[in-house]
Design a protein around this ligand. Sequence first.
Ligand SMILES: [Fe+2]
Ligand SMILES: [Fe+2]
Length: 209
Amino acid sequence: MRSRLDNLINEFDIALKTLSFTKAGTNRETPGKDCDDKLNQADIKLAQRLMRVNLAGEVAAQALYRGQATASKDPEIKQHLLEAGEEETDHLLWCKERLDELDGRPSIFNSFWYLGSFTLGYAVGKFGEKTSLGFVEETEKQVVKHLNSHIDQISPADSKTHAILKAMREDEDAHGKAAKSAGADDLKSPTKKLMQLSAKVMTTLSHWL
Ligand SMILES: [Fe+2]
Ligand SMILES: [Fe+2]
């Protein structure tokens, strides 16, 4: 049995690994690996910005899942959250790889997104398993919408970024549906609005910085 201090140290270690992009995922190959796109400067600039936003989103996703799993009292749900979180780690690594290839840089606020999202995830988790799953379902729905808008914006010439975003969209959709079938409660409309608003702050800031 792990003590509270052990858990705290373990969480801190995971946070550092996430923020340094050295956390292990499920070892899936990066989508679009063999694409060899010739992009112009405008395409590259746009892709740098959008992938910085997506990387920030994946940092936040890691922290939300970890926070929710930490608060969860049901071993099965905890495991469910941790497993979904691990697939999210693949997204984190794919986005970082693509951002590096594009010569872009991560958001300077990533540590802040992590801390804020972990706290939020933990608080949501304290409302109980059904609310926590409802939060996953709603988050993933919003992420799918967000990814659709990025897929529309990215240059059609940029097939690697497209491949990554589409693979992520498939996972996010599956995570949302899995949360629903695991017994998610539908969240109240003001809560959904508040989630949209906080995501907007994060995506807007990460677009530029
Ligand atoms: Fe993700
Ligand atoms: Fe997700």
